[in-house]
Design a protein around this ligand. Sequence first.
Ligand code: NI
Ligand code: MN
Length: 226
Amino acid sequence: MKVTYHGHAVLSVVLDDGTRLLFDPYISQNPLADVSAEEIKTDYILVTHGHDDHISDMIPIAKQNNATIIGIAEVCKYAARKGIENIHPMNIGGGFDFPFGRVTLTHAQHSSGYEEDGQMIYMGEPAGILLQADGKTLYHAGDTADYSDLSLLGEQYEIDVAFLPIGDNFTMGPADALRAANRLKAKTVVPIHYNTFPQIKQDPQKFVAQLPNIGKVMNSGETIEV
Ligand code: NI
Ligand code: MN
């Protein structure tokens, strides 16, 4: 699989069979995005939780691509209310074998809600996402804090690449992300969710320097083969 980082928590994945996946589409308002929401082509949209910096372009991109939204039940129900027909609701601890591979939602210690017309809409529990495809395992941690049960993921899965937030303030910061990386035992760790806003300014090089041969900074627009 080929994985491209688009800044913040946005990833696009192209699998060996050509299937395209998009994680946490926050693009048009994302100052770090290297693409426009209009030019994104995807078959599936996978969302970790309902905060606006993860789903702000979910509905328009789903509509323009006729893409299927995969996520926690409440986020999918929200999408259905917005006219999206192709949804696949899931919940924490559940996995499903899609035609392209297996997706499992994991715990994330965070919150989830979406403000619309002055009202906070309940968006279910926040999640992390495990993707098993092309014989590889990718873990997108979502906006989680570090917590001890991440060790269970490290025991149960051989994670090839883990995308971990390091921004602090809204998620774990670099020191906690280092602890999380040690729990997960991923072969490659890529920092995400930093430098988008002033509150989450971090030095990703300083973070990966503490994970020799494992940590990798991806610039927005950069692609890696997993
Ligand atoms: Ni969030
Ligand atoms: Mn976030």
